[in-house]
Design a protein around this ligand. Structure first.
Ligand code: JFZ
Length: 477
């Protein structure tokens, strides 16, 4: 098993969360396939313009922070399985017992500039923070609902205001995650079945006044976010339950009329500006559509004190280059503690990848997809099926390639066992060199095949990039 793509060390088994997991797996498949197979969208010049920074940025910081950081995966001394931010749902905590957490929320160590500086040190080009997650608590001063960080906590500070100001100081793009559909604090919101009963009957008839919740809380709060916090890079909607196209369009209209350049992700419930894959899902092949993989460094989005199943910097670097080679963006998450501290393990991993990007960022930022594809792996010849009856895909993870006009960036994640053969192309190859130190790499051409070798040990054992320059702008195969 390649040390970069998966096997976790034998830490204590993580608390598998079945429900969201089941949702996840089902929708992951759907989404993974969507990115692949859905027809090309009609060209939309305005959207293409909006997406320019996004397609160049490639790598962003996701932040899941809220009241759920206080219980941190445990309720009344009992471990609550699953995602930390789902504890109110998983432990069926009544609003009457969950709401008082606000009285304990006082993250005195919160420092917006430090968070933005971490994102910059990590080589990340945008930040997306949870403005309101499924529990209904707003991390900003909202005139629409007193259940917010400035009015309901001893902290009394507008977290999003401070982060927006810090991002402006650092020239960092900022976006807001907003749970438009699920709101477990509201009787007419979706998802709180333990206080307010099911959302829909067996005939899918809606049993709650869902539009009353949307019109009285969700829509006006999205308006607040787009009119009180400066330029908003994107709105990251999520889990679009009961989100009909009409309801989705109402949110899209609020965004388009408030800030026309603000991007909308793929989980609104009506067409957004780009596709959102399932959580931690990386499609097996490239796509020309703009898409984004939201991902965790461990196995939770919101802070859990018992989840230390951290991916290694090498695994994160592989996933980043893999995603960029397939035309996507990587939105990687941290879950700060109730004190406002980003877990040190997360910081170390992000800074290590940031140092690699300092030397090799040219292969990532603004880079195009692989002109080849065989490097991703193949479906098993014998047509073996995986657990879902889908053709089994055997991923190959030794190398990935990204592209720019006249240049190919081959990133190696393992020592070459033999001279590397550059895939066939009609373009004449002119030279090759290591990206990090520009050391020339000798090319050998025999019987129309061009190869090169890499000194051992590789310049950077985590990942070493070789740039191959060729005549012409694009690869002709
Ligand atoms: C959702 C949230 O429920 C979760 O708490 C977190 O915020 C995550 C980023 O998004 O979880 C999902 C939503 C959709 C899928 C998987 C998990 N999906 O479509 O596969």
């Amino acid at each position: 098993m390649n040390r970069h793509n998966g096997a976790t060390s034998g830490r204590r088994p993580k608390a598998i969360d079945v429900a969201p997991l089941a949702i996840a797996i089902l929708s992951v498949l759907a989404l993974a396939l969507t990115v692949q197979t859905l027809p090309q969208r009609p060209a939309d010049p305005a959207r293409a313009k909006r997406l320019e920074w996004f397609r160049d940025a490639k790598y962003g910081l996701f932040i899941h922070w809220g009241l759920y950081a206080i219980p941190a995966g445990e309720w009344k001394g009992k471990r609550s399985l699953g995602l930390g931010e789902w504890i109110m749902n998983r432990s069926k905590i009544p609003v009457a017992e969950y709401e008082p957490l606000a009285k304990q929320f006082n993250p005195v160590k919160f420092n917006a500039d430090q968070w933005v500086q971490l994102a910059q040190d990590a080589g990340m080009k945008y930040i997306v923070i949870t403005s309101k997650h499924h529990d209904g608590f707003a991390m900003f001063k909202s005139a629409v609902s007193p259940y917010n960080v400035a009015d309901a906590t001893p902290f009394r500070r507008d977290v999003l205001k401070e982060l927006a100001d810090a991002c402006a100081r650092h020239g960092m793009r900022l976006g807001f995650y907003y749970s438009q559909s699920q709101d477990w604090h509201e009787k007419n919101g979706a998802g709180n079945t333990w206080d307010f009963g099911p959302d829909q009957g067996p005939d899918n008839k809606e049993l709650k006044n869902y539009d009353a919740y949307l019109r009285s809380k969700a829509e006006p709060q999205v308006k607040e976010l787009l009119t009180g916090y400066g330029p908003v890079a994107l709105i990251w909607f999520d889990t679009p339950r009961m989100m009909t196209p009409e309801r989705g369009q109402r949110f899209a209209d609020i965004v388009r009329t408030s800030q026309p350049n603000t991007l909308i992700d793929g989980r609104l419930g009506t067409e957004g500006d780009y596709r959102s894959t399932g959580d931690n899902v990386i499609p097996p092949e490239a796509s020309t559509e703009a898409w984004e993989t939201p991902a965790t460094i461990n196995d939770t989005w919101g802070f859990r004190k018992d989840d230390t199943n951290w991916k290694s910097p090498g695994q994160i670097t592989f996933k980043l280059v893999d995603i960029v080679s397939k035309g996507g963006n990587y939105l990687l998450n941290v879950g700060p503690t109730a004190e406002g501290v980003i877990p040190p393990a997360s910081q170390d991993i992000l800074r290590t990848v940031g140092r690699w990007l300092k030397a090799n960022g040219e292969a990532v930022y603004g880079a195009g997809t692989s002109p080849f594809g065989e490097e991703y792996g193949e479906y098993t010849a014998r047509g073996a099926k995986d657990v879902r009856g889908q053709k089994l895909f055997l991923p190959q993870t030794e190398w990935r390639v990204t592209s720019k006009p006249g240049k190919l960036y081959f990133t190696f994640f393992a020592e070459l066992r033999a001279p590397f053969e550059i895939p066939a192309m009609k373009n004449r190859i002119t030279r090759a060199y290591r990206l990090a130190d520009h050391a020339p790499v000798d090319l050998k051409t025999e019987n129309g095949k061009t190869t090169f070798s890499l000194e051992r040990p590789m310049l950077d054992p985590m990942a070493t990039v070789v740039v191959v320059e060729f005549e012409g702008q694009k690869i002709e195969r």
